[in-house]
Design a binder for this molecule. Structure first.
Ligand SMILES: [Zn+2]
Length: 390
């Protein structure tokens, strides 16, 4: 850890049956939707994306190209059927939303029902036990949301949105940024992510990271082992893979970002283990908070929601990558799910000009999880989970 030790939530329920983004697409369009003002991005020339390689090989030195990501074409939506699971009861099938959107102050809220209908989705209010929630099924994805709660689930997997949804006239409205940055990207499916991956084993040398309560081993050793297990798995799938470090080496966060620039990485994945109070356990995956959206937590750092970060043009892709990786690790490792989260302060991902995520593969401060992390079979599964997502 070192970067993260999240004790801001205690949600640790385990859920099964995740399946996210099973379809992938390689098409791209040349839409001009990315005219945001990041000077570093707008100055970059648009060149063809999607470098492919079948084997890892030497890349001749060349200036890095920072391509602003192009908006993916939306998958043409399929008509979604109602999904009512065992123990659930349909209370209301919708039809209450009076308008597509509602403006409150500076914020625009979008009707979940009408946005869903525009994408051939199914919307309903469901009672389970004593609780009620709203469900949108869209492109085969099941989203469950509750008023005023930033925590939603997609196929049972936890996602922390930027804003708690609001009830207007008995119908649920979602902040437009959450529609754009969370729901729409997941409904659109997983885009092509290129073929050059930088895997960043967190910490190194004097920066040892957190320490296992099980055997006092340091995080830096486990992250390196995880990265080294992941590399051949990705290479087998045709990725060209670079590790930021392949030994016990000291490396600053800035150096890790520059390294990814130098090898023209198409994605960046930083690997860590976590620490908090002893009882906290589970898996977390992080990506950078979009412009205008508050962080999930700040750890005492400023959270300037109106400043554009170098990684922001990749908001949707980073989130798609995060959700997919999180999902696959949960499936492989059966970890308690602590959700996909948005933060703003992590330099190692916020400075990246490519989809970038940080995975916390469990808590070294938790007695049973630290024991588990020490097992090579578990670290292999962590690696297999990421490889399965790409
Ligand atoms: Zn760490």
């Amino acid at each position: 850890m070192g970067l993260i030790s999240c004790d801001s939530t205690s949600s640790t329920h385990t859920q099964n049956g995740y399946s996210i983004g099973s379809q992938s697409r390689v098409e791209r369009t040349n839409s001009n939707e990315n005219n945001r003002s990041a000077s570093s991005v707008t100055e970059a020339k648009r060149v063809t994306q999607g470098v492919r390689a079948t084997l890892p090989r030497f890349i001749p030195p060349a200036p890095p190209n920072f391509n602003p990501p192009k908006e993916d074409p939306r998958r043409s939506p399929i008509v979604s059927q109602p999904v009512i699971l065992t123990g659930e009861k349909l209370v209301n099938q919708g039809g209450r939303a009076k308008s597509y959107s509602v403006n409150v102050g500076q914020d625009k809220w979008v009707s979940l029902e009408l946005w869903g209908k525009a994408h051939k989705g199914w919307y309903g209010q469901i009672r389970k036990g004593d609780g009620e929630f709203f469900r949108l099924v869209i492109s085969g994805m099941r989203f469950d949301l509750r008023p005023k709660r930033r925590l939603i689930t997609c196929q049972g997997m936890q996602i922390w949105m930027g804003f708690g949804p609001q009830l207007f006239g008995g119908s649920l409205y979602v902040h437009h940024l959450d529609i754009k940055k969370h729901l729409a990207p997941l409904a659109a499916g997983m885009p092509s992510m290129g073929k050059i991956a930088v895997i960043d084993a967190g910490h190194g040398r004097d920066n040892k990271g957190t320490r296992s309560t099980f055997n006092r081993e340091y995080e830096k050793q486990y992250t390196l082992d995880w990265a080294q297990r992941l590399k051949p798995l990705l290479e087998k799938k045709g990725w060209r893979v670079y590790l930021t470090r392949n030994g016990d080496k000291s490396m600053s966060l800035t150096e890790r970002v520059r390294f990814a620039d130098r090898v023209r990485a198409s994605i960046f994945i930083s690997l860590h283990f976590n620490a908090a109070a002893a009882k906290v356990r589970g898996l977390e995956t992080y990506c950078i908070a979009p412009l205008g959206m508050p962080s999930h937590f700040t750890r005492g750092n400023p959270d300037p929601i109106s400043s554009l970060l170098p990684n922001n043009p990749w908001d949707e892709r980073s989130f798609q990558l995060a959700a997919r990786v999180h999902n696959q690790i949960l499936l492989k490792c059966r970890m308690p799910d602590r959700g996909v989260r948005r933060i703003r302060f992590m330099s190692v991902i916020k400075e990246q000009r490519r989809p970038a995520i940080l995975v916390e593969g469990g808590y070294l401060s938790n007695p049973s999880e630290s024991r588990q992390i020490d097992l090579s079979a578990y670290r292999q599964k962590l690696a297999e989970g990421i490889a399965a997502a790409l």
